[in-house]
Design a protein around this ligand. Structure first.
Ligand code: NAI
Length: 366
């Protein structure tokens, strides 16, 4: 608005995140029902756009959000619509891009949330308590995957007073775990076995994955809480923990799987559900908590951070009140997955600009 633009907000868009329409209006935005997508120059969104919405966009319009770049059909639809789609999933992980990094801001919320989910279900204290009625030992937490969410999970568990051990397959991860107060579980991998491109991990081979499981099993069996956050961009989550490994935990233990929506790090996890399995250590159960959308369970702050990320992308592409999508900028170049009818992920051989849009799937994941 400071650059002279009209800003439309879908009626009720912020209601479940505790941002009432009146606050947007007080800030100068217009509240509308059923936005006419064909009239919009820049659309900020959260989850990937349904095909029917994409088909209604104006050619040359810009979209900014989690665009779903690993879904070929959706990217083809964005290209066919002539939309300039900027995808947060493809944001370069550079220092300059940090203020636009939705994956980080949402992983921060998710990593914090998953510890609270565990703490509330655990029939024990987190911190050491030395009282006249006896001593309560601190809870033992194991965190697998030490990216943004894992680091936040470690920091949160430490703040609550637990002892934390962690593992990841990226070579830098041991130092990162130590920096937030966790011990690192060595599983004896060569650096090349876990290092992919762009600072991300890659899928482990069968032999390395088996060695990792064997090394992790005794640590998991002794833990009160297991938190798993491992993922590989664009692929199913790596299966790090088998049924036997999680069943080996004590009765009352809790395993929280942040990766449940993308296939699950823990065998048997179901997104949005608690699943109880018999503990092999005696009468009682281990609870496997499959989180469905952990950041969305903290919508007020997750939205605040997401909005700031979007604002910082807008500042890149709007100059003097006019749209200026400049591919000389490495962030714009990295994020833009379709432009002018071209699927930039596969190059100019992508579907032609006049290709028909795929059948409607509106509402599928809105
Ligand atoms: P992510 O969400 O893609 O994955 C989470 C973690 O799972 C990663 O640390 C990954 O190494 C780990 N993982 C994957 N397969 C595994 C396996 N088989 N066993 C154990 N762990 C496994 O990661 P996220 O949080 O997006 O971070 C990815 C990288 O980007 C990290 O190196 C992080 O430090 C870096 N980063 C850089 C930023 C910047 O410089 N602007 C901002 C945020 C992250």
């Amino acid at each position: 608005m400071r650059a002279g633009h009209r800003v439309l907000v879908e009626k009720g868009a912020g209601a479940l995140a505790a941002y009432p329409d009146a606050q947007y209006e007080a800030a100068g935005a217009e509240i509308v029902s059923g936005i006419d997508l064909a009239s919009i120059d820049i659309l900020a969104h959260v989850t990937p756009l349904p095909a029917a919405a994409i088909a209604r966009m104006r050619r040359g319009a810009v979209t900014i959000g989690l665009a779903g770049p690993y879904d070929d059909e959706r990217v083809a639809a964005l290209a066919a619509a002539g939309v300039t789609a900027m995808s947060f999933e493809k944001l370069p992980r550079t220092s300059r891009a940090q203020s636009m990094d939705v994956l980080s801001s949402q992983a921060l919320a998710a990593g914090y949330r998953c510890v609270l989910e565990a703490a509330i279900r655990l029939p024990r204290f987190f911190p050491l308590a030395m009282t006249a009625a006896g001593t309560v030992p601190p809870a033992k937490v194991v965190v697998l995957g030490i990216g943004v969410a894992g680091l936040q999970a470690i920091a949160t568990a430490k703040r609550l007073g637990a002892t934390v051990a962690a593992n990841d397959i990226r070579p830098d991860s041991a130092e990162e775990a130590h920096s937030v107060g966790a011990t690192f579980i060595e599983v004896g991998l060569d650096a090349a076995e876990g290092t992919g491109s762009g600072g991300y991990a890659k899928s482990l081979g069968d032999d390395a994955a088996a060695r990792q499981k064997a090394a992790l099993a005794p640590h998991i069996a002794q833990a009160d809480i297991l938190i798993t956050t491992a993922s590989i961009p664009g692929r199913a989550a790596p299966r790090l923990v088998t049924h036997e490994m999680v069943a080996a935990m004590r009765p009352g233990s809790v395993a929280v799987d942040l990766a449940a929506p993308s296939g699950g790090n823990v065998e048997g996890s179901v997104p949005g559900k608690d699943v109880q399995i018999a503990s092999a250590q005696g009468d009682g159960v281990v609870t496997i908590v499959g989180l469905a959308s952990a950041a969305s369970d903290l919508p007020t702050d997750a939205s605040r951070l997401f909005a700031k990320n979007v604002e910082n992308v807008l500042k890149l592409i709007v100059a003097d009140g006019a749209l200026n999508v400049d591919f000389a900028d490495d962030i714009v170049e990295g994020m833009t997955i379709t432009h002018d009818g071209v699927n930039r992920l596969v190059g100019p051989t992508a579907p032609p600009a006049d290709a028909p849009a795929p059948a409607s799937d509106e509402g599928k994941d809105a």
